[in-house]
Design a protein around this ligand. Sequence first.
Ligand code: FUB
Ligand code: ZN
Length: 680
Amino acid sequence: MKKEFFSGPLDLRRVKITDRFWRREQELVRTQVIPYQWEALNDRVEGAEPSYCMHNFRAAARMMAEKREKGDAYQAPGCTFRGFQTVPEDPAHPEPGRFYGFVFQDTDFSKWIEAVAYSLTQHPDPELERTADEAIDLVCAAQHDSGYLDTYYIINGMDRAFTNLRDHHELYCLGHLAEGAAAYYQATGKDKLLRAACRFADYAVEHFGPEPGKCKGYPGHEIAEMALVRLYEATGEEKYLNLSRFFLDQRGTRPYYFEEELRQRCEYERQPYVPSTNHEYHQSHLPVREQSEAVGHAVRAGYLYSGMADVAKRTGDEAMFAACRRLWDSIVKEKLYITGGVGGTVHGEAFSYPFDLPNDAAYSETCAAIALVFFARRMLEISPEARYADVMERALYNTALAGMALDGKSFFYVNPLEAEPSACRRDKRLEHVRAVRQKWFGCACCPPNIARLVSSLASYAYTENDDTLWTHLYVGSTVTKQAGGNTLRLEMETEIPWQGRAVMTVHTDAPAECTLAFRIPGWCGQASVSAPGDKARTDREGYCYLTGVWRDGDAVALDFPMDVHFVAASPRVRENTGKAAVIRGPITYCAEEADNGRDLHLYRLDLARREDIRVASEDIQGFPVTVLRIPALKERSSLPNGALYGAYAPPALGPAVLKLIPYFAWANRGEGEMRVWTRV
Ligand code: FUB
Ligand code: ZN
């Protein structure tokens, strides 16, 4: 690790997104997703499965108030542990004092407040801030006097807290709370929620650690690792960094903590103990520094690797960083979809074995692509190499964005690369796949994750250290950069992802020296960079570094050819033999029934007629996109009509044109077939 290349994300208040594409996405989050989510958290969406999130905070707050009032006379209600999801016996009348929903239901609030925080940095909104403050008051009122804050156990009985780390997500709740609280503090300067998160983290610091007598466990669903680092950054309190490192050091050591914990639970419940942990699912099969293959639940994995990179950077842990690099390579060399999605199997929502990347049965959870974006940004913070940003960009523009409809009103959890509506409905093996987005989910992890990602886009577009500002993603925006006691105002103008030009113009009252580094995207061939002649240029790992004294009006213009590329998959990806995917710039394309009729599998791309490819701007549901028309051939079977089998003869191939749209825009015009990979 070379410290001079270390960087960190910018304070979002220093960046204004002006980009046409991303402004639109952020407005969808602000005007649709955040208000809708607030209604969902409060169970006010007709026809949607109730969340019970705020219900649970209310129940816990009431309980805590009662407890304070009655003191020793207070009788906690008996335990009613009911597995991962608790539903009311009578759905029309949930009992006010009970916990309902998934064990991690509190995180719906934490992700919402995080998205609200980022959104407020771009678009101050006193009414939204008031709603957020009131919600924070309620959440803080629900906090246990000890500092513990997970309503599942506060309501059901604290005596069992932290006894099922493997499945019960308390540290996941802590992690999301810390992320949301730090974001809200950084956006508004208000620290009430941050103090609550710190109290919960302090409780965890007291409970877990290497000291004798402390619990040696670690999160069943990772995220606390990176969230504690964020809490450390927000407060300067090293104990949070130490706890994060402790969790990482413990993970995968023998005897396996999750088995020990299970043994104790069985003893307590007088059940026979049968080992039952799938350690790969939890990434707890090996100490983290020894891990090389990305395995198990893909969201957990992405969050873990992000936390590992965070800790490696803060502690200079070379072995940890080496593991991050190996795990990164395992993902991108063997387990990454061309859409930037990860997770080849529904079983365990997980990474499958190398090169197992089914198109129709893909899991490719929206959250997993988002986790990959997190991981990539952290790798860039340690080592700015364009290959990390290339993947970050692909995951962002394709799978992460596909997770949300173009009107911001419905969402995908699973992101297949091939869909046939009747198969999705009738094939049990594809039960997890939908060809239409849903309004919300009982397990609503994905929509709020999109909201927090999109509204914090600037923290992925740029990172900086004292000397250098790196542009990783090209997004129309203005950014300030402190340089030699002056403030440079940098204005980025671009039409990426549709056109490959980007111009950064410097505005400043006084000349100032610094380095501006620009990523040369992997998808362009020969990039051209033009900059004032007095700047020294060096190129390193896919970035062009321009160093010198920047004056008002200086500009850097970058041109990235945006040709249409046909991509082949490794021959080891059996599904894609003899097929190609089409990409242009960061966008992966797909064919839809709405443009091409049914039976998309009968098309073949006609690569000999590349010069006839047409690139055009069109609107899909009011969203401007670039579409492609690719010369193709359509197969007509030689079998007699209606025959299932018959003597083989080459099929007749009729000339056709296959219209392709950006993958993120699919399923916005009703239900129909879709496919990313087409035969050639
Ligand atoms: O377990 C919490 C979240 O629910 C995970 O991150 C998602 O994959 C879903 O399983
Ligand atoms: Zn999800």
